[in-house]
Design a binder for this molecule. Structure first.
Ligand SMILES: [Fe+2]
Length: 209
């Protein structure tokens, strides 16, 4: 799933990005804390979509053992706790950008990345086949819509860029082909450039791939 791949890649990158901030560089810390905040918000609403519109339907329709579903719901809670801890540590880091605060934040982000990967592995192996079997296309689209609705309009192109970056060339073509014509035109005209500038600001180099 392309969006999962995007989450995996970006969350995995956060600990070393935070550790690379020069001691006391609050401007650089602020850039990364903002980026982290954007990712955690997107992940939070991705999970809200699943909590509201996916788990209840699966639990209702699944004939048999539901322990996997309950376990994945608990994983959401655990991830939510790690996000809350990271946000609190990030706000302290933004204020002083001292190394020891960065280290605390980076350690939480590393834990978050591991917990997220485990959860996404299980979701892809267990939940997505059930979704295909038990949910309609409209129900599935509604889950995705809850996630998309959280993205501010002026950040759509940048987020689209991060998603496309994680996609293989055929996935990228497929994803763009599914997008409305207007979105494709805007992406070509200015989206790629807007995304690349944002990426460079966060990573310090142009995107590769
Ligand atoms: Fe999930």
């Amino acid at each position: 799933m392309i969006i999962h791949q995007c989450f995996r890649t970006q969350f995995a990158a956060l600990p070393s990005l935070v550790r690379s901030v020069p001691d006391g560089d609050a401007v650089r810390a602020g850039v990364l804390v903002d980026f982290m905040g954007e990712l955690t918000t997107a992940l939070h609403y991705h999970h809200v979509g699943e909590d509201e519109a996916m788990w209840p339907l699966l639990l209702e329709r699944l004939d048999g053992d539901t322990s996997n579903i309950l376990e994945m719901e608990e994983q959401h809670e655990r991830i939510g706790e790690l996000i809350d801890r990271a946000l609190a540590q990030a706000s302290a880091f933004r204020t002083s950008a001292r190394d020891h605060r960065g280290e605390l934040l980076a350690a939480t982000l590393a834990e978050l990345s591991i917990a997220l990967n485990e959860h996404l592995d299980e979701e892809e192996a267990v939940a997505l086949p059930l979704v295909e079997e038990l949910l309609s296309v409209e129900e599935w689209a509604h889950i995705a819509e809850i996630g998309h609705a959280s993205i501010p309009k002026d950040r759509m192109l940048v987020i689209l860029g991060y998603i496309l970056l994680s996609a293989s060339p055929p996935q990228r073509e497929f994803f763009l082909a599914q997008s409305p014509l207007m979105a494709r035109i805007v992406w070509k005209l200015m989206g790629r450039r807007t995304f690349e500038a944002d990426y460079r600001r966060v990573y310090g180099h142009p995107p590769t791939g």
